[in-house]
Design a protein around this ligand. Structure first.
Ligand code: SF4
Ligand code: SF4
Length: 355
């Protein structure tokens, strides 16, 4: 049976603004049914890296927090710490970045908690019968929450083509060791002809796995943890992944972690994708470029696979082409959807209900 995906566009008027439309969408999609009185409700989001401006705007989150409270739930905002060095790689920096980007208790109405603790090592081992993963290390606060509301800014991503609900679940709910496990087959390489020896990638590499050798960057594979930060920060395009096949495995591991993040939460998860400010790259970057297409709308569902499939279909329809495939050549985003469906996370068959 086709999964239901609810959609509202970005048009607004004096009678109905976007915050009211968001709540109407939440209600029509039945996401309130995932929350019982006194539930600890993990509102999983990405607060944006310092310098990035395309993350989900705090007022949207504030209205959803209010709606959760109206239902008797106990909401908290959360995300797991990043693998790479930046503004969100430990609980203190993550909290400060959340505040800096507008996610304070006074603006949003709920506290921000780093889901995997001070150093990213607070996790729960979740058994899973995956093709790659047997035991996922899911961030503890997300695993221990009673219900999960996943808010995703839908945008491009260099390793997975796009980032939506599956990525927010799989990579976003993984502890730092869990993230490392998903990346551990991805090895970047340096194109020496393009490298101008600026040293930027050396400074960002969290593992000190890069040196300058004869004025060119050189990666030392035993130290590399595959976080891809060097690819993101090189402005010369001198760093790329070794094999496209590695990215398929990355996406498959991510889909398996996504399933693990929903363990013991049957009927307790809801998902909302924001198809606005659709930037070419992830909000983990300390910048965002102009949107690839005009704002499309907001989608909600209880099925993260259907939600992402509907989202990418809408983006491609607006662009008139495979937008993320053409932008991130060598990355086939279909892998995450296909494997997530094969693992039983959801269905790629959907029907859109306009709200
Ligand atoms: S950031 Fe790019 S150009 Fe600069 S040293 Fe690293 S690979 Fe070379
Ligand atoms: S060399 Fe490896 S560990 Fe260092 S930034 Fe690049 S991918 Fe990450």
């Amino acid at each position: 049976m086709a999964a239901e995906v609810f959609f509202t566009d970005m048009r607004a008027s004096s009678r109905l603004n976007l915050l009211d439309k968001l709540i109407r969408l939440f209600q029509r999609a039945g996401l309130g049914e995932t929350i019982d009185k006194e539930d600890f409700v993990a509102v999983k989001l990405h607060v944006g890296e310092p310098g990035n401006l395309s993350y989900i705007r705090p007022p949207y989150v504030g209205r959803l927090v209010q709606e959760i409270r109206n239902l008797g739930g106990r909401p908290f905002l959360t995300d797991a710490n990043t693998l790479y060095r930046g503004g969100r790689d430990n609980a203190l920096s993550h909290f400060e970045t959340a505040l800096h980007n507008g996610f304070s208790y006074s603006t949003v109405g709920a506290p921000f908690i780093a889901a995997d603790g001070l150093r990213g090592l607070d996790y729960v081992r979740v058994p899973i019968s995956g093709k790659h993963i047997r035991e996922a290390r899911v961030a503890a606060a997300i695993y221990q929450a009673d219900s999960l509301l996943v808010l995703s800014h839908f945008k491009g991503h260099l390793g997975t083509g796009f980032g939506g609900a599956i990525k927010n679940l799989g990579m976003g709910c993984a502890s730092r060791p869990g993230k490392q496990e998903q990346h551990d087959n991805v090895l970047p390489r340096i194109n020496k002809a393009r490298c101008r020896g600026c040293g930027r990638c050396l400074r960002w590499c969290p593992m000190d796995a890069i040196t300058l050798d004869g004025g060119k960057a050189r990666i030392h594979p035993p130290k590399c943890q595959g976080c891809a930060e060097c690819i993101a920060v090189c402005t010369c395009g001198a760093v790329s992944f070794s094999f496209a096949g590695d990215l398929v495995v990355l996406q498959e591991k991510m889909a398996e972690y996504a399933l693990a993040a929903t363990a013991d939460k049957e009927g307790k998860c809801g998902y909302i994708n924001f198809l606005c400010d659709i930037s070419p790259d992830c909000d983990c970057n300390s910048w965002n470029d102009v949107p690839l297409v005009p704002d499309i709308g907001i989608l909600a569902s209880k099925d993260p696979v259907a939600l992402d499939q509907a989202s990418v279909d809408l983006v491609n329809k607006a662009a008139g082409k495979d937008l993320f495939g053409s932008h991130h050549r060598g990355t086939d985003w279909r892998a995450q959807l296909e494997h997530a469906e094969a693992m039983g996370l959801g269905s790629r068959t959907y029907r859109v209900i306009r709200v």
